[in-house]
Design a binder for this molecule. Structure first.
Ligand code: HEM
Length: 451
C-alpha cells in the first residue's frame, strides 16, 4: 500500500494506507466530519483516509475538479439522490428539474396557496396559541412537522399532503420510527448492510419497530400515489389535465409520473420507482430544512437586537404577508445573511459526498491520482476555513453584510451547503423559500420572539 500512487499524500492516521477502520470508527462515533477536519488542519487540504480514499478541503484543484466534472457517486441505489451514474441520473433529473427551479418556485400560484394555508393559516394559529399559553415548544419537532406539510403539499398537492402541524399524533407515528434510524443514516451508509445482516441473526442495531422505517415511509408515499391515481390526478387523464392547466403548474408527482411513463422503465417498476423517488424528496424536504430552521431559531432567539432589525427589514420591504415574500427574496438581505450563516455553521447535510475518479487527475499539489480513487469533500470542513470565514465557529450573520465584494465572492466560492455541479441539491430554492416564509411568520407573531 505504501508504494501506491496515494502514498505521496499525508495519512489522516497511520492505519489509513492499509484499512478504512479509522474512518469507520469515527463514523460510528458520529464524529467523522470533526476527525476529517482535524486531519486537514494538521496536514493540509488533501489527506488520505483509506487505502483508496482521499478527503479534500480546497476549491481550486479540489471541489471544482471533483464535483464540476460529473464524477460518479459510489454507493448505488436506483433513485436520484444516490443514483450512481451520470447518464441515468441526468435523465431522471430532467424529468422534474423544472419544478424545482427558482423561477418556477417564484411564479407558482400553487406554492402561494400552500404558503397561505400552511404558514399563514395553520402555523400562525399554532404560534398564537403557543405565545398565549407561554409554554415550551419543541422547535425541531414543530419545524419538521411544518416542513413536511409544506414539502408533501408541494409534491402531492394540498389536499393530499400531511397535516402534521394540526395532527401531532400522526406526526409522532411518522417521526418516531424515522428518528430510530438516526434520520435515515442506517439506510444509506455501508452500515445499512451490516444492520440487515445482523437482523438475520436477531441483533437489532436500531429498535426493531424502527428498522422497516424506510418501508413505512415508502408505503405512505405509495398510498399517496394510489390515492392520487384514484382521484384521477394522473397527468395522463383528462381530469388531471384540467387540474394541471387551470391551477398553474404541475405537481412534482404528476411531472415525475409523466416522465417515468415516457421512459424506458418497465411498467411493473413504475410504482416503486415513483414512490421511492418521491420519498427521497420528502425526507430531504423536511429533515435538512427542519434542522436548519431549528438552529436558526435557536441563534435568533438569543439576539434581540437582530430580531428587531429583521422585523424592520421585513416591514420595510413588504406588507406582513408571506405569500408575496417569494417575489422579494432578493431584497431581504438581512434574512438572507441569517439563513446563509445558519447553513454555513450548521450545515444540515454536511457530507462528506464521495465521488469516484474516472481517470487520472491531480488534486491540490498532488498529481497522478489514479482512476478508482474515492474522493470526498464536506461543507463541514469547507465552511470552517478561517481565512475565508474568520472565527468560523461563531454564528455571525454580520460577516455576510460587512464583507467587501471581493470577500463576499470568496465566501460564496466556499459556501457549499447545497453541494455543487450536476448532483447539487435540486431542492435548494424550495428550501430557501420555505425557510424564508417560516421566519417571516415567526417574527410577525407577537410574543414568539421578544420584540
Ligand atoms: C436546508 C435544506 C437542504 C440542504 C442543506 C440540502 C443539501 C443537499 C446536498 C449537499 C446535496 C448534494 C449531495 C451530493 O452531492 O451527493 C443534496 C442533494 C439533493 N437534495 Fe437537498 N438539501 C436541502 C433541501 C432539499 C429539499 C427541500 C429537497 C426536495 C424537496 C431536496 C432534494 C434533494 C435531492 C433530490 C438531491 C439529489 C440531487 C442529485 O443527486 O442530483 N433537498 N441536498
Amino acid at each position: 500500500a505504501y508504494i501506491s500512487a496515494l502514498s505521496q499524500i499525508p495519512n489522516a492516521h497511520p492505519s489509513t494506507p492499509f484499512s478504512r477502520l479509522w474512518m469507520l470508527w469515527n463514523k460510528l462515533q458520529g464524529r467523522q466530519n470533526r476527525a476529517r477536519f482535524a486531519a486537514h488542519e494538521r496536514l493540509g487540504p488533501v489527506v488520505r483516509i483509506g487505502p483508496q480514499e482521499l478527503s479534500i478541503n480546497c476549491i481550486d484543484d479540489g471541489v471544482r475538479t471533483i464535483y464540476g466534472s460529473g464524477f460518479d457517486k459510489h454507493v448505488w441505489t436506483p433513485y436520484m439522490f444516490t443514483m450512481l451514474h451520470g447518464k441515468g441520473h441526468a435523465e431522471r433529473k430532467r424529468m422534474f428539474a423544472n419544478v424545482y427551479s427558482k423561477s418556477y418556485i417564484q411564479n407558482s400560484l400553487r406554492l402561494k396557496d400552500i404558503s397561505r394555508v400552511i404558514i399563514s393559516g395553520r402555523l400562525r394559529n399554532e404560534l398564537v396559541s403557543w405565545a398565549s399559553h407561554g409554554g415550551t415548544v419543541d422547535v425541531l419537532k414543530k419545524s419538521k412537522a411544518c416542513l413536511m406539510d409544506l414539502t408533501s403539499a408541494w409534491i402531492f398537492g394540498l389536499e393530499y399532503g400531511t397535516n402534521f402541524l394540526e395532527d401531532p399524533k400522526e406526526a409522532e407515528e411518522f417521526f418516531t420510527p424515522f428518528r430510530g434510524t438516526f434520520g435515515g443514516f442506517f439506510w444509506r451508509s455501508e452500515f445499512h448492510h451490516i444492520t440487515r445482516l445482523l437482523q438475520y441473526i436477531g441483533v437489532h442495531l436500531v429498535p426493531k419497530e424502527a428498522a422497516p422505517c424506510r418501508e413505512k415511509i415508502q408505503e405512505w408515499c405509495s398510498a399517496k400515489c394510489v390515492a392520487l391515481l384514484a382521484t384521477k390526478m394522473n397527468p395522463m387523464s383528462s381530469a388531471s389535465q384540467k387540474i394541471t392547466d387551470s391551477a398553474d403548474y404541475p405537481l412534482v408527482y404528476s411531472q415525475l409520473r409523466g416522465g417515468l411513463e415516457n421512459s424506458t422503465l418497465p411498467p411493473e417498476k413504475l410504482e416503486r420507482t415513483l414512490s421511492m423517488e418521491l420519498l427521497d424528496h420528502m425526507v430531504a424536504g423536511h429533515d435538512a430544512t427542519g434542522i436548519t430552521m431549528a438552529y436558526l431559531l435557536y441563534e435568533l432567539s438569543q439576539r434581540q437586537s437582530l430580531q428587531r432589525s429583521l422585523r424592520a427589514e421585513l416591514k420595510k420591504h413588504l406588507n406582513p404577508n408571506p405569500e408575496t415574500l417569494v417575489h422579494h427574496i432578493d431584497t431581504c438581505i438581512l434574512l438572507d445573511a441569517i439563513l446563509k450563516e445558519t447553513l454555513r455553521l450548521y450545515s444540515a447535510n454536511p457530507g462528506p459526498w464521495p465521488r469516484v475518479v474516472p481517470s487520472e487527475i491531480h488534486v491540490g499539489h498532488f498529481s497522478s491520482i489514479p482512476a478508482g480513487t474515492i474522493i470526498s469533500a464536506s461543507s463541514y470542513a469547507l465552511h470552517r476555513n478561517s481565512e475565508v470565514f474568520p472565527r468560523p465557529e461563531e454564528w455571525r450573520p454580520e460577516r455576510w453584510l460587512d464583507a467587501s465584494d471581493t470577500q463576499r465572492k470568496e465566501m460564496m466560492r466556499w459556501f457549499w451547503a447545497f453541494g455543487s455541479g450536476s448532483r447539487m441539491c435540486i431542492g435548494s430554492h424550495l428550501a430557501i423559500h420555505s425557510e424564508f416564509v417560516l421566519v417571516f411568520v415567526l417574527v410577525f407573531v407577537q410574543g414568539v420572539f421578544i420584540l
